[in-house]
Ligand binder design. Structure first.
Ligand code: FES
Length: 175
């Protein structure tokens, strides 16, 4: 049984210095908690900053506003006929096809494989790319055959009075 004035004896499992500086052990645990809270706070701040970055990036790269552009008068193109136009800027060639008395569709003319110009085949009622025989549906621009993997970008049309107006595009990759 140790007496009160006996020197402290180190426990077998702990080094001598820990017994002599035992006053710091509580503080060590306290610092550990603080470090954990600091770590969690920094992690939360990092995640918050990451989410803000994603939000700002998606806001900056949102869909561009497309111009309204008159592309043809109603009846100007015969049924089964085609009219070429440029949209949404002067570099992008598109084609308008009159598929019925009252039906018009318009697509980018740039093939989604390697950018050759597609044309409308009235016999096949398809849009065809002559480079590698890629074929697209006239109904929605979907790939029917060939190497392209993406549908043709679709020009959104609005009919106003006697005019057909391009008001936007869907499925277009921004360059
Ligand atoms: S460029 Fe059109 S199918 Fe290859």
């Amino acid at each position: 049984m140790p007496k009160p004035n006996d020197p402290p004896v180190a426990k077998a499992s702990e080094p001598l210095w820990k017994d002599e500086f035992s006053v710091f052990q509580e503080r060590e645990r306290f610092v550990g908690r603080r470090q954990m809270i600091k770590f969690l706070t920094l992690t939360s701040l990092g995640m918050f900053a990451g989410n803000m970055w994603i939000l700002i990036r998606s806001w900056l790269h949102r869909e561009p506003a497309y111009p309204r552009q008159e592309i043809a008068r109603i009846g100007e193109v015969p049924v089964g006929g085609v009219k070429l136009f440029r949209y949404p800027n002067s570099k992008e060639q598109c084609l308008l096809v009159r598929t019925g008395e009252e039906d018009y569709v318009a697509y980018s003319q740039k093939c989604t494989h390697l950018s050759c110009a597609v044309y409308y085949s009235r016999e096949d009622n398809q849009l065809i790319c002559p480079c590698h025989n890629g074929r697209f549906s006239i109904r929605d621009g979907a790939v029917i055959q060939g190497p392209p993997t993406r549908a043709l970008p679709h020009v959104v049309l609005e009919r106003k009075g006697g005019e057909l107006i391009a008001i936007g595009m869907s499925g277009r990759l921004e360059s």
